[in-house]
Every structure is written in structure tokens, then in C-alpha cells.
Design a binder for this molecule. Structure first.
Ligand code: UD1
Length: 438
């Protein structure tokens, strides 16, 4: 039970307050300049936090960003009975005493990544119950591949009253061929197979840097995983794992968002913590668009051109162009000379930002899973509404480059995934601030 006054309760109360009250105001037109430090990756921190459930004892994860999704994950760990709290940039989790094996609808509906408790709970306790996430703003997003994997390891899966329940006396290694490379599915199966008996082989696995970090973290706990970062991962199950101690890698999507911010404003920004190997697809498209990118000791310097060129992109799994950068890249292309085509192949409903960009003067036509963007000379500020996390970032980028004032409301989406974005942009010279909705 989380009592009022407890830090987890206070963070949740702050999140609820922001839900209704905050908006971001931008007066566009300032080229960004200076340096920005990228935070730890949300999408790496979440599976690492849930991986702590695999071991008895106290784990410590550092460089954890201060985000709404992280607060939700900490809350979920507490509800399961773990003793989890944030101490400055770190989260300490003592998962010695777990009292519940259930992730409720209330938590899963606010953060789909809650389904990542299935693998660790099933592996350690032989039983897990998690609300089915259902659809979300960017598409249907089923978890059938996670469940197919658990079944292959010997779990019995039942669906009941909107919950999925997994049970197994013991998990036994198996060969699992995913229908598509799924990030969450690969992570869930890595965690379950780490404690299964014998060898598990994951084929057609996702190759994202977050998968590599999770595998390295599990290996540091005593797991035996080889091949992470390739399409085939071998896991030799072990009997038990030690608590985890690690630092979260830097957020490649936050870094990419700042790269586009520098480019769209014609700025010159050193993005500290940006890792070239995590950004190859984005870098190659930015360079094609006329942006200059130089590698420096601890990051990437991005210099925006006078005139941007239109380029086409097609989202795909890593190392392809990330779907999580599609909306931001579209904001960039609204200002480019010529027409570009952006095709979304990962999620079926990820063009919610288009209508809002159109309100700011963008010329965009949707054609099936593609958007055709004809660059305009100047976008104009307008009140717009954030619809999901990356769409929110795209509206802020458009606002930075637009004439006059843009007001982005419903920014609780933004607070799920960007740490102090308005403060970081303001430090680079942007005219941007957070306000309470009147
Ligand atoms: C993760 C990221 C998200 C990113 C996405 C794709 C986290 C917390 N979230 O989400 O930011 O946009 O990767 O890079 O890391 N699919 C199925 N069945 C399944 C699983 C997935 O059909 O069982 C489909 C999905 O609907 C989607 C595609 O596979 O079309 C990829 O999804 P997946 O990689 O699993 O995304 P997430 O792990 O949910």
C-alpha cells in the first residue's frame, strides 16, 4: 500500500496535477546554439527496472531520467511489494519480498511497458497476471508474440476479464521465432529465458541498443546471453540471478529530437551523450537534407543549413529509421525545399500529429501509410494539441521554427518521455516556457 506523503505517492500526485494544467508556449524563430546533455533512455530504464524483479536483494540503477513513465514503473514495483524509491538520479529496488504478481489495468493503461513484468514474475514465481494493454493512440499493439514465447517455454496462458495470466511449474528453454522483431517481446523473453532450464534461442529478435543494454545487464546479474544486437540470441538458463547495478545508456530518441531541433532552427548545437552508432539512419537522412553533423569527444555537433532539402524516409526496426523519430522528422520536412514522402511501416496509426501540423500551415497529404509533405517557407504559430509522446515533440519542433506563438496543450504525453525539455531548449536560446492552462 502506497501512503500519502510517500515519494511515489507524491510523484503520482504531481503527474495527476500536470495532466490537467500544463501547456508549453513557444515564440519561434530563434536559432538554437550551445550544448545540451542528453538524459538516460526511458526505453532502456524501464526493462532494467523490471529486470530487478528477477533477483532477491537490492538493485541500483543510475542515470535514470526523471519522467512520468519511470514514476509509473516505480509505482508498479511498489504495488508488487518491492521496496523501490528514487535517490537523486538512481532508483533502488529491493525485490526480496514480492507480495503480488499482478499489474492492474490502472497502471497498464497509462504505460504499456508494464507488460514487461510478465517475463520476470513468471520466471521467478511461476505465475504472473497483467492487464491486457489494448489499443493506444498509435495503433493496436498486440502482445501475441510475448505470449507465444512464454507458451514455447512451457507456460500456460489464459485470458480472463481483460487480464492475461501466465503459469508454469518451471520454464524450459525452447526455440522461438518471432513473426516480427518486437522490442518488448524480445525483452520479455530475454528475462523469462534467463531463469529457464536449458537453452533458449530467440530468432528474428529485435536489435535495438536497449536490447543490448538489457542483455549486458542480465549477464552482469549472472545470466548467460550471447548474440544480443543480432537477430539470433542464445540464452543458457541459470538457477538464480544476483541484484543489478548499472547505468542507463543515453536516450537516442531524445538525442535525435535535439538533433532535429538544431537542424530545423538553422542552429549549431553540441548534443552531449549522443552516440553515433545509435543514430546512423537518422544521421544519413539529416545529411541528405543538408544538415552538417560532426562527431566530437562526447557527442555530436549538429549545424542546420540555410535551406533544407526534402528527403524521403521509411520507418523500420533498428538499424533502420526509428518510428519514434518519424513525427519529429516530419516537422523538419515541413520546412524543406520540395516534396518528401514519409512512410510508417511499424505502427498503423502514427500520423496523429499531421492535423496539428496542418493547423500551423504545413502542407501534408496522407496516402495510406505514407504522408507526402510539401515544404512551406514559413509555418505560423497556433494553439495545438499533443496526441502522443513523439507527436508532442514534433509540435514543439514545429513551434521552434514557426512565426509567432505556438501553444502545445495536453503535454502530459511529453512528460512521459522527455526530461525538462523546455528548460533544455531554453538554455539553447529558445523562447519557450511551461504555463498553467487558464
Ligand atoms: C518499443 C518502444 C517504442 C517504439 C517501439 C518500436 C519501449 C518501452 N517502447 O515498443 O517506443 O516505438 O518499440 O521501436 O521500448 N507487435 C505485434 N505483436 C507483439 C508485439 C509487437 O504485432 O506481440 C507489433 C506491434 O504492433 C508493432 C511492431 O510489432 O507494429 C513493433 O512493436 P514492438 O517492437 O513490440 O514495440 P514495443 O516494444 O511496444
Amino acid at each position: 500500500m502506497i501512503m500519502p506523503g510517500n515519494p511515489v505517492w507524491l510523484a503520482a500526485a504531481r503527474d495527476r496535477k500536470q495532466d490537467s494544467l500544463d501547456k508549453i508556449v513557444i515564440k519561434g524563430g530563434m536559432p538554437l546554439s550551445g550544448e545540451v546533455q542528453i538524459s538516460g533512455a526511458k526505453n532502456s530504464a524501464l526493462p532494467l527496472l523490471f529486470a530487478t524483479l528477477l533477483a532477491e536483494g537490492q538493485s541500483t540503477i543510475c542515470n535514470v531520467p526523471d519522467l512520468r513513465d519511470i514514476n509509473t514503473a516505480v509505482k508498479l514495483l511498489c504495488e508488487l511489494g518491492a521496496d523501490a524509491s528514487r535517490v537523486e538520479g538512481c532508483v533502488r529496488v529491493d525485490a526480496h519480498r514480492i507480495e503480488s504478481i499482478e499489474a492492474s489495468y490502472d497502471l497498464v493503461k497509462t504505460m504499456r511497458a508494464s507488460v514487461l513484468v510478465l517475463g520476470p514474475l513468471l520466471a521467478r514465481f511461476g505465475h504472473a497476471r497483467v492487464s491486457l494493454p489494448g489499443g493506444c493512440a498509435i495503433g493496436a499493439r498486440p502482445i501475441d508474440q510475448h505470449l507465444k514465447g512464454f507458451e514455447a517455454l512451457g507456460a500456460e496462458i489464459t485470458l480472463d476479464h481483460g487480464y492475461v495470466e501466465a503459469r508454469a511449474d518451471k520454464l524450459v528453454g525452447a526455440k522461438i521465432n518471432f513473426d516480427m522483431p518486437t522490442v518488448g517481446g524480445t525483452e520479455n523473453l530475454l528475462m523469462a529465458a534467463a531463469l529457464a532450464e536449458g537453452e533458449t534461442v530467440l530468432e528474428n529478435a529485435a536489435r535495438e541498443p536497449e536490447i543490448v543494454q538489457l542483455s549486458e545487464a542480465l549477464n552482469s546479474m549472472g545470466a548467460r546471453i550471447e548474440g544480443a544486437g543480432t537477430a539470433v540470441i542464445h540464452i543458457q538458463g541459470v538457477e538464480r540471478l544476483q541484484p543489478l547495478s548499472c547505468d542507463v545508456i543515453s536516450d537516442r530518441i531524445e538525442a535525435g529530437t535535439f538533433m532535429v531541433a538544431a537542424a530545423v532552427t538553422g542552429g549549431n548545437v553540441l548534443i552531449r551523450g549522443a552516440v553515433r552508432a545509435h543514430q546512423e539512419a537518422l544521421i544519413s537522412k539529416l545529411v541528405e537534407a543538408g544538415v552538417s553533423i560532426e562527431e566530437e569527444d562526447d557527442g555530436l555537433r549538429v549545424i542546420g543549413p540555410q535551406t533544407l532539402r526534402a528527403v524521403d524516409i521509411r520507418t523500420s526496426v533498428f538499424p533502420g529509421f526509428p518510428t519514434d523519430m518519424q513525427a519529429q522528422f516530419m516537422a523538419l520536412m515541413t520546412r524543406a525545399e520540395g516534396s518528401s514522402r514519409i512512410s510508417e511501416t511499424v505502427f498503423e496509426n502514427r500520423f496523429m500529429h499531421v492535423c496539428e501540423l496542418q493547423r500551423m500551415g504545413a502542407e501534408i497529404l496522407i496516402d495510406g501509410n505514407s504522408a507526402v509533405i510539401r515544404g512551406v517557407e514559413q509555418m505560423t504559430g497556433a494553439p495545438v494539441m499533443a496526441t502522443d509522446l513523439r507527436a508532442s515533440a514534433s509540435l514543439i519542433l514545429a513551434g521552434l521554427a514557426a512565426e509567432n506563438t505556438t501553444e502545445v496543450s495536453r503535454i502530459y504525453h511529453l512528460d512521459r518521455g522527455y526530461e525538462k525539455i523546455e528548460k533544455k531548449l531554453a538554455a539553447l536560446g529558445a523562447n519557450i516556457w511551461r504555463e498553467q492552462e487558464s
